[in-house]
Ligand binder design. Structure first.
Ligand code: NAD
Length: 385
């Protein structure tokens, strides 16, 4: 057995932990590029108000929507003009990725595109990133502990990653209380992302014993709390479970990769205006079904088949649960959450060829437990319509 595990240098988790931000930030720099959502919930606004009293200068960079290549060029220019020596992100995955990519590129010359996988020149970072502190306010992406930032390119109609081991945050400060204000529709889509991210690394052929422990713990917590954060937004125990599921998913995916759901999601997110989590929700049941069918037909000895079974048992707290039970539970959850099929976001059969071609070369697709054929990939899209 051989594996490697890398994560944020320091992870601090728990209700109220965000109050440590002024002290922690002071230890890392003097002038922060502060990346936030354009709309700030009260708890975030209150936290930001405490930063100047700690002697920290701030250059604000508000973000709306998922980050693009152009947005990172803008954030980098703002940070250079202000002389920032630290980046802090307080927000959802979009805000965290904006901060993470900016921290990586501020000391590296050229444009963001130069450094991107797949659509860019894939240049390596010459200088190490600036110190980076991430505080998630959604429970979905786990981006506070991953080494990539997902960026959209309008020109290439795709989302790709800027990735480097040194992009892992210096501090991931995960305070579930910051997620209490997330509205039900966002709790639903981000929660589905979190669930996907503890399932895909568990069946990935790159899974290792550390990521296995994280995934099974995340599956248990998602099983008991995913529906509860939607129905009871102020339920602190459920919010805490989902914040932890998201964190565990980030830790697992950064070390064991993902699978076909995320292989597709990057491409679909670049082509249509659909929330990342809603894309995951629509794709998850058909991907599980296609993977299990392909494994049974072509690789019946593949350990992923048993792993799907175990995943169902953790998710449903039931030793007799089958992969079919898990698929039914996930589909039913999507219906409770009122998450539409992908046709609602503009997905059309005419685009299937382009989507399959682009998805096949994505980094996440490489974690899928079995290589799916073009026809199998198209059938997944058809089922997610
Ligand atoms: P998001 O950051 O886009 O936020 C979704 C919405 O929720 C926004 O309108 C935002 O303003 C709002 N919001 C955020 N926190 C809130 C709060 N506490 N209260 C009220 N509203 C709040 O959504 P997301 O799902 O967290 O992030 C999606 C992005 O993350 C995508 O670009 C996706 O590709 C990326 N992603 C990155 C990784 C990674 O490892 N880097 C992994 C998965 C996904």
């Amino acid at each position: 057995m051989q594996f490697e595990f890398a994560s944020a240098a320091r992870i601090i988790f728990g209700d109220g932990s965000a109050n440590q931000l002024p002290q922690l930030a002071q230890e890392k720099g003097r002038h922060a590029l502060l990346v936030t959502d354009s709309f700030q919930p009260e708890a975030v606004a209150r936290l930001i108000d405490t930063l100047p009293s700690a002697g920290l200068r701030l250059t604000r960079f508000p973000v709306s929507g998922e980050p693009t290549v152009e947005l990172i060029d803008e954030a980098k220019a703002a940070a250079i003009a202000a002389g920032c020596d630290l980046v802090i992100s307080i927000g959802g995955g979009s805000v965290i990725d904006t901060g993470k990519a900016s921290a990586a590129l501020i000391l590296n010359d050229g444009e963001t595109l130069d450094y991107l996988e797949v659509i860019g020149a894939g240049r390596k970072l010459a200088a190490a990133p600036l110190p980076f502190i991430a505080l998630p306010t959604t429970a979905g992406t786990g981006a506070e502990v991953t080494k990539n930032a997902v960026l959209g390119s309008k020109k290439h109609r795709v989302k790709v990653s800027l990735r480097d081991n040194r992009m892992l945050a210096d501090i991931a400060l995960v305070d579930p209380q910051l997620t209490h204000s997330v509205p039900p529709a966002v709790s639903a889509s981000t929660g589905m992302d979190a669930l996907t991210q503890v399932l895909e690394p568990f069946v990935s052929h790159l899974a290792n014993p550390l990521t296995d422990g994280m995934c099974t713990e995340g599956l248990r917590r998602a099983g008991r709390s995913l529906r509860r954060v939607y129905a009871e937004p102020d339920n602190a125990a459920a919010r805490s479970d989902m914040a932890l599921t998201s964190l565990l998913g980030g830790l697992a995916l950064a070390n064991a990769k993902l699978g076909a759901v995320h292989g597709f999601a990057g491409v679909l997110g670049g082509m249509y205006d659909a929330p990342h989590g809603a894309i995951c929700a629509a794709l998850l049941p058909p991907v599980i079904e296609a993977n299990i069918r392909a494994l049974k037909a072509r690789e019946p000895e593949n350990p992923a088949l048993k792993r799907y079974q175990y995943a169902a048992q953790f998710l449903l707290f039931d030793r007799s649960a089958t992969d079919r039970d898990a698929m039914d539970w996930i589909s039913e959850t999507g219906r409770i959450f009122d998450i539409p099929g992908l046709r609602a976001y503009g997905l059309r059969e005419d685009d299937f060829d382009e989507i399959v071609e682009k998805s096949s070369v994505s980094s996440s697709m490489k974690g899928n437990p079995i290589a799916l054929t073009t026809n199998e990939l198209k059938a997944i899209l058809e089922a997610a319509l």
